[in-house]
Each structure stands twice: as structure tokens, then as C-alpha cells.
Design a protein around this ligand. Structure first.
Ligand code: BEZ
Length: 267
């Protein structure tokens, strides 16, 4: 096997996203966000920031409550699609680890995005800085143990004959409740509730589901190998996971979520 490109930077999320594919084949990502909106409970007239807004579907759902919502994402392609989807909403292309706004927010919301951000300390510092005292932060993302079975299968596949060993490609951040609560508290965000729970998640497109998931979300790994090696790798991962993650024609990703609600302490 030839040389791989280096693992992605551990900075802010630098993944290249395909918004059309994201919306058509992975809509479960934002469809699971409804409960988090309930937890945040946006109120009419409140200023709300949607951090890692993707193509803007949850930003729009929050805007329907009468809140004044701004979406922020690092991906120019996602922001372009969000503006096309919802031209009446403000969307900002920015780095979640280094952003500022002139006006503070009543609430910050983030669904299925923080596990892509490998500078969590900088992200939380930005969140704390833009919140009004008493402002809310509601977030859900991959927590400790997330996609353990998938990551194990990938590690095994990388050891298979013909596929070079490389354990440095994993681009995700999956903290425990204790780690994340401490991080929030260090930045003046008092935790009101925090849970870690398993949420096996059905992938779309039947037999193709795991392959499509890998192509979308593990692209940094797959793009670093030749087309033949990519096929071999995907087949290895499918073979490894089929006994536990494929049921009645559907693949399931072994997601574990951390869901937190915190409040900015008065200054
Ligand atoms: C997640 O939502 O937990 C996730 C999505 C893509 C890659 C890794 C994790």
C-alpha cells in the first residue's frame, strides 16, 4: 500500500462536507435534534446561536418559535446550502474555536457538531464569551464510547493484510460527562443537567447504509487510500460489524450521546 496523506489537523473541524449528500442520505443527523430544541426552549425575541448549524434545518425550526436565530458553521459549502434553504435567516461562516459577535446571545444551541471540534477548550471559551449572564447552552454530541464498535472495526481493518496500519486518523472528540462538565465550569458555565446515553441509530439506504456513512463521515480515512484499498477496507468493516450492527436490512451506528444544559454564571 502506498503512502497515506497525513491525518487531519487537530484544530477546528476541517472536514470537506457535501451538503447535498448530507441532506439526502443522512437526514437522521438533524432529525434527532428536536428534543434538544425542547431542552433549550427558545423564546420569542431571544437571540439564539446555532453552533455547527450545517444546512440550517434546526436553525429554521428554532426560528419558527419567534427566536432571532443565527447559524454558524466552519464549512463554506454547508453555509451556502443553509442560505439557499433559508434565505430569511442569518448564517455566518466562522471557526467555532475563534468567533465573536458584537451583540451577546440569550442562548447557544449545538446538535451533532461538537465531536468534530478538536479544540473544545477554545470552543467553550467562545460560547461563554458570547452568552449573556444567565444565558443557556444546550448541546448534544458524541460522548465517551461513541461509535466504539465502528472504530474497533476500522482499527481491525487497518491491520488486515494489504492495508497499512494507522491509528492516527480518528478526528473526533468524545468526552465523558465529568470531563465536559469540568470544562464548562472552568469557563463559567454551570451545568444544570448532563446525561450520557446509548442511541443506536438506524442508517439510511439499507445494505448501503454503513458504506455511505463511512464515505460521508470517515472520508479523511477513505480518501487517503487507493480505490482498491478503499473497497477492501469498507468490506472488512462491513464483515466485522454485520453480526452486531445489521438487523432486518438496516445498519445501526452505535452512537452514544452526551446531552448537556448549562447556564452562564452571572459575572
Ligand atoms: C456522531 O454523530 O456521533 C458521529 C457522526 C459522524 C462521525 C462520527 C460520529
Amino acid at each position: 500500500m502506498g503512502e497515506r496523506t497525513p491525518a487531519p489537523s487537530r484544530g477546528s473541524c476541517e472536514k470537506q462536507w457535501d451538503p447535498a449528500l448530507y441532506d439526502s442520505k443522512h437526514s437522521f443527523v438533524w432529525k434527532y435534534g428536536a428534543e434538544l430544541i425542547e431542552l433549550l426552549a427558545p423564546q420569542r425575541g431571544e437571540r439564539v446561536l446555532d453552533l455547527g448549524c450545517g444546512t440550517g434545518h434546526l436553525t429554521q425550526q428554532m426560528a419558527l418559535t419567534g427566536a432571532e436565530v443565527t447559524g454558524l458553521d466552519f464549512s463554506p459549502a454547508m453555509i451556502a446550502q443553509a442560505r439557499k434553504n433559508y434565505p430569511h435567516i442569518e448564517f455566518v461562516e466562522a471557526d467555532a474555536a475563534a468567533f465573536e459577535f458584537a451583540q451577546p446571545f440569550d442562548a447557544v444551541f449545538s446538535n451533532a457538531a461538537l465531536h468534530w471540534m478538536t479544540k473544545p477548550e477554545a470552543v467553550v471559551a467562545c460560547v461563554a464569551r458570547v452568552l449573556k449572564p444567565g444565558g443557556r447552552f444546550a448541546a448534544e454530541f458524541g460522548g465517551k464510547g461513541n461509535i466504539e464498535a465502528i472504530r474497533h472495526a476500522i482499527r481491525q481493518a487497518l491491520r488486515a493484510p494489504g492495508i497499512a496500519r494507522d491509528e492516527e486518523w480518528n478526528p473526533w472528540y468524545y468526552p465523558s460527562i465529568a470531563e465536559y462538565a469540568s470544562l464548562l465550569e472552568r469557563h463559567g458555565l454551570a451545568v444544570r443537567s448532563a446525561t450520557l446515553f446509548d442511541r443506536p441509530t438506524a442508517l439510511e439506504e439499507g445494505e448501503q447504509g454503513l458504506r455511505l456513512w463511512l464515505e460521508m463521515f470517515a472520508s479523511s480515512l477513505l480518501e487517503s487510500v487507493s480505490p482498491d484499498q478503499k473497497e477492501e477496507l469498507i468490506r472488512h468493516v462491513e464483515d466485522q460489524l454485520r453480526p452486531t450492527q445489521f438487523r432486518d436490512g438496516t445498519w445501526y451506528a452505535d452512537y452514544t450521546r452526551i446531552r448537556v444544559l448549562a447556564r452562564r454564571e452571572p459575572l
